[in-house]
Write a protein that binds this ligand. Structure first.
Ligand code: BES
Ligand code: MN
Ligand code: ZN
Length: 487
C-alpha cells in the first residue's frame, strides 16, 4: 500500500537552517516581506532572497509556485525553494504550494520553513502530490525521505494536520485500487483489501453469489456470469453518529470491463482496469472517515464484478430480473455498470433506509465527450443535497457539473419485451444512463449520481496528482459528511 511520506512538525529553529541536508524551502509573501526564517536564509545566502523578492521575476511568480536556487552558497542544502504564499492564503493556494514542494522534494529529504502559514492545507498538498504508484516496479529506487515542517506552534499544527492526513490516506487508498491492474485486483483481492479495514473499526460484510441469488439480484449477476472471478458485494459500515439513518455511498466496481459479448475495441481497452473507480472512491472515503473517527453514520456498498466474454457470458438480448423486481432487456452488454448499480442501490435502500444515497461510477464514455477530464457529471433528484455536494466539491477543488434529468430522457429506455432496456440511443448517453439508475431510486430517497468516467484516472498530471488515478471525490465526499452529516 502506498502511504504519504512521513512528516515531522518542529518549532522553527533558525540555527538549524544552515546545516539542513537535502532540500530546503521557505515561504515568502507576494509583497516580498521576509519573515524570521527567510531573513536568516537571506543572511546565510548573502542577500539572495532579498534580491529575489525585490526582482521583477518575483512579481511574475504565481501564488503557490516558487523559484529554485540550486547549490546555494552558505547552505548545506542542495537547493532552496522560495515559494510565494500569502499569510492568509486560500486553501487552494496553500495546497498548490504543498504540491510545488512535493515536486521539488522528489525523494530527497525536505525541510520547510512554514512559519505561520496554513500548514494543514500545505501538508495535504505536499502529501497528495507526492503520490507515486511503484508497486510493480522491481527497482523502485530509494524510499522517499520524510519532510520536516518548521512552524511557530508545532502542537497546534499537528492537531490541525491529523484529519488532513486521514484524507490523504483515503485518497492514496483509492488511487492504489484504481491504478492496480485487473490480474492483481480481482473481485476477491478487492474484497480482501476492504475486509482488512475491519482493523480501523469499520464493520465489513461480504455478500457472495449464493446470497445475491437468494436476494434476486439478476441484474448484477448477469454482468459477472461470464467471468471466472465470483461477483461480490462488500458492505462497509461506519457508525460514528447517533441513532440516525446512514448516508449510503454506492460504488461501481467493475474490476475489468471488456464490454462482454458487446466487446470493446482493442485500442485503449487496458484503461478499463479503472472501471472500479466508483468503488475505489467509496472505499477511500470509508477509510478516511474511520481514520478521522467521523461523528457520522455512513455505509459504503460496492458491487464487484468482472465483465468478460465467455461461453457463460450474458448475451445481447437477454432479459434479466433485478432485485427490485423490474425486468431489463440487455441490449448492450457493455452498458454493465448500471446493471450492477441497480441491484446494489436497491439493496442499500431496502436494508438501510438511508437519509441520502450517492452513487459513483465510471459509467459512460459520453460524460468525457460532454465534460472532458475537468468535471464529473452530477445528477440528482434533490436540489438541497445536490447544492450541498456541489459546494463541497468546489471547496475541495474537485470539478463537478450538474446535468439534467427528465421524463423525455427516461422514455428512451422503453423496451418492447421487458420493463426497460439497458441503453437509450446514442444521444444524451450519460443522461439516459442516469435515468436508468433513477428507476432504482425510491421516491423518498435524496440521491446523487456521480459519473466519474472522465475524472477517476487521467493521462496528464493534475494539480494534486501525477498522471493515473486521481482519487477524485474522496475529498468532496469527506467534506460533505463533515459539513452536513456530522453531529
Ligand atoms: N466503463 C464504461 C464507461 C467508460 C468509458 C469509463 C471510458 C471510462 C472511460 C461503461 O461500462 C461503458 O462501456 N459504457 C458504454 C455505454 C454504452 C454501451 C451505452 C459507453 O460509454 O460507451
Ligand atoms: Mn462497459
Ligand atoms: Zn464499465
Amino acid at each position: 500500500m502506498t502511504t504519504p511520506i512521513a512528516m515531522t512538525f518542529v518549532e522553527t529553529d533558525l540555527d538549524a537552517l544552515a546545516g539542513a541536508e537535502g532540500r530546503l524551502a521557505v515561504l515568502v509573501t507576494p509583497d516580498g516581506k521576509l519573515d524570521l526564517a527567510a531573513r536568516r536564509l537571506n543572511k546565510l545566502t548573502r542577500g539572495a532572497l532579498a534580491r529575489l523578492a525585490e526582482s521583477e521575476a518575483w512579481g511574475k511568480v504565481k501564488p503557490g509556485e516558487g523559484v529554485t536556487l540550486a547549490w546555494p552558497a552558505g547552505l548545506a542544502a542542495n537547493a532552496l525553494k522560495v515559494v510565494k504564499l500569502a499569510r492568509r492564503a486560500t486553501a487552494e493556494d496553500a495546497r498548490k504550494a504543498g504540491a510545488t514542494l512535493a515536486k521539488f522534494k522528489g525523494t530527497d529529504a525536505l525541510t520547510v520553513c512554514a512559519g505561520t502559514a496554513r500548514a494543514g492545507d500545505l501538508v495535504l498538498g505536499l502529501a497528495l502530490r507526492g503520490y507515486d504508484f511503484l508497486t510493480h516496479k522491481t527497482a523502485p529506487g530509494e524510499a522517499p525521505k520524510g519532510a520536516t515542517i518548521m512552524v511557530a506552534k508545532p502542537d497546534e499544527v499537528s492537531a490541525e494536520v491529523a484529519p488532513m492526513l486521514a484524507v490523504a490516506e483515503g485518497v492514496f487508498f483509492t488511487r492504489d485500487l484504481v491504478n492496480e491492474p485487473a490480474n492483481v485486483l480481482t473481485t476477491k483481492d478487492f474484497a480482501d483489501r476492504l475486509f482488512a479495514m475491519r482493523d480501523l473499526g469499520l464493520e465489513i460484510e461480504i455478500l457472495e453469489e449464493d446470497e445475491m441469488a437468494a436476494l434476486g439480484m439478476g441484474a448484477l449477476m448477469g454482468v459477472g456470469q461470464g467471468s471466472d472471478s465470483p461477483s461480490k458485494i462488500v458492505i462497509m459500515q461506519w457508525k460514528g453518529g447517533a441513532e440516525e439513518p446512514p448516508l449510503a455511498l454506492v460504488g461501481k466496481g467493475v474490476v475489468f470491463d471488456t464490454g462482454g459479448i458487446s466487446l470493446k475495441p482493442a485500442a485503449g481497452m487496458e484503461d478499463m482496469t479503472m472501471d472500479m473507480g466508483g468503488a475505489g472512491v467509496v472505499a477511500g472515503v470509508m477509510r478516511t472517515l474511520a481514520l478521522r473517527k467521523a461523528k457520522a453514520n455512513v455505509v459504503g456498498l460496492v458491487g464487484l464484478v468482472e465483465n468478460m466474454p465467455s461461453g457463460n457470458a450474458q448475451r445481447p438480448g437477454d432479459v434479466v430480473k433485478s432485485m427490485k423486481g423490474d425486468t431489463i432487456e440487455v441490449i448492450n452488454t457493455d452498458a454493465e455498470g448500471r446493471l450492477v448499480l441497480a441491484d446494489v442501490m436497491w439493496y442499500a435502500q431496502d436494508r438501510f433506509k438511508p437519509s441520502g444515497m450517492i452513487d459513483l461510477a465510471t459509467l459512460t464514455g459520453a460524460i468525457i465527450i460532454a465534460l472532458g477530464h475537468e468535471n464529473a457529471g452530477v445528477f440528482s433528484n434533490n436540489d438541497a443535497l445536490c447544492t450541498a455536494f456541489l459546494k463541497s466539491a468546489t471547496a475541495e477543488g474537485e470539478g463537478a457539473w450538474r446535468l439534467p434529468l427528465g421524463a423525455a430522457y427516461d422514455e428512451k429506455l422503453k423496451s418492447r419485451i421487458a420493463d426497460m432496456k439497458n441503453v437509450g440511443a446514442r444521444d444524451a448517453g450519460s443522461i439516459t444512463a442516469a435515468q436508468f439508475l433513477q428507476r432504482f431510486v425510491k421516491e423518498e430517497t435524496p440521491w446523487i449520481h456521480l459519473d466519474i468516467a472522465g475524472v477517476a484516472s487521467v493521462k496528464s498530471d493534475t494539480a494534486l496528482a501525477p498522471k493515473g488515478a486521481t482519487g477524485w471525490g474522496v475529498m468532496a465526499l469527506d467534506r460533505l459528511v463533515r459539513d452536513h452529516f456530522e453531529s
